[in-house]
Design a protein around this ligand. Sequence first.
Ligand code: SME
Length: 158
Amino acid sequence: MNMEKQKAEKEARYAELYPQLKALLEGETDSIANMANMAGELHNTFQFWWTGFYRVIADKLVLGPFQGPTACTRIRYGKGVCGTAWEKQQTMVVPDVEAFAGHIACSSASKSEIVVPILKEDKVVAVLDIDSAELDTFDEVDAKWLEKMVKLLHASMN
Ligand code: SME
């Protein structure tokens, strides 16, 4: 499949998933329940290697709801892809994790990654982290939709 067709298909899957997630999350006020359902929906729709959340608790990112293999539980500010997204307050798209200095390898099967920070009142309160077992899985289409999706968590996050 060529790149443009792949992107169009991905776009269509996100566009279909978004209203379903919105409906699912809208009636629930507990952020952990909402993060758990979002991780589950994304993971099952796209068959990622690992899909989950880390929450900012004091000076660390602490593992939250996820789907996939066992992961590292605590990440320091500025460390790894997650800690960098926290520090820079911006989405990190990493096509090849081995080429990212300081990448934290929770699993050697992980080849590419995207991390989207979740901001509330200009502060990062959590990050969404997705790992793929293939190189170069994520691009601006994922970044755009995942940034839109994590906004669905705002109302339930404190
Ligand atoms: N690779 C991440 C750590 C979290 S795991 O991928 C689940 C990082 O470098 O921050």
